[in-house]
Design a protein around this ligand. Sequence first.
Ligand SMILES: [Zn+2]
Length: 376
Amino acid sequence: MGIDLHLDASWFIIVALLIYTLGFIEFPRELHPRAVAPRADIVSIALGIAASLLLFASVLAHEFAHAWMAIQRGIAVKRITLFIFGGVAHIAEEPDRPASEFLIAVMGPLTSAALAAVFGAAWIWLTILDSTGVIGAWLTAPIVLTNILAQANGSLALFNLAPGFPLDGGRVLRAILWGVTRDLRRATRWATRVGQLIALLMIGSGGALFFFGSNSGGIWYALIGMFLWNAASEGYRQMLLLETLRGVSVSRVMTRVVETVPPDISILDFVDAYVLPRREQTFVVADGTITLGLIPFDQIKRVKRAEWRVRRVRDVMIPRARLIALAPEQTAASALARLSASEQDELSVIENEQVIGFVGQETIARYLKLQSDLAR
Ligand SMILES: [Zn+2]
């Protein structure tokens, strides 16, 4: 699907923990039920590794289901990240319609539920087969494996359906409230409150389990609760920000300083005579009044220093045909989406075939900061 997969450093912690729990405790206990202190062997460790990888393949399937639906609804997906608490599909922009949000959110839990059903059916079938006694003891391993996968996918579906933003269930709730009230801000506020309530419950019950129930698993619930609390608050801030940007045009946030450079000077001259004294991010390459392309500062960094004398601006610029252009009247929110989907730091704003300004993450951030400073 053209989506990058990122493995966060914290992901390796959870994988190691899972392999240890399954390969060194769970599988030895199930495979040697009569032993007093069952020991891990090659078979149990191999099964632990296989089960852990299949668990994360299940998480990936869940995230790919979100991503697939986002692409179907015309929304780009930047990447999928696996980390200590599971996975996230990074969608380039927030859905602009409740129906899109609903469908994208619901696809993940549906996929997990379907996987739970498949593994559950396999587990039942293997258990029945085992009870007939036709096949030997080697059925134990696949029975335990399918049982683990059915349970994990079932929990993944159920947990994610909890109606607190930014969990999938919270997004479903928000989409429904949004559709009914036509008020995204109010819908997000309610869904976020429920999300924060769920986070508090997890922190509270996790803490109680840990301190009073002497159950070390409690700390895990508390950590996930804290993660959810942050994500809920962050999600709400993001929404407020996006809403502000939806009401502002590109022409208001863009920088209007447009510096031009001739196409045939060397990179060395370009740096000395233009980049250093004027400190702009991006320059327009123009031959007289004809715009040939753009040369952003980071484009120069790709050229080896030894070649700065011989390579010309024309050789390094992004030619006009490849420019991602913004229109001055489109919203800053849509500009931000285009920016994050592209690899460029700044996009050009073009009117009547002329570059009239630039918009980058920094430009938008500066505009927002100025706004909030003035509102104080
Ligand atoms: Zn999900």
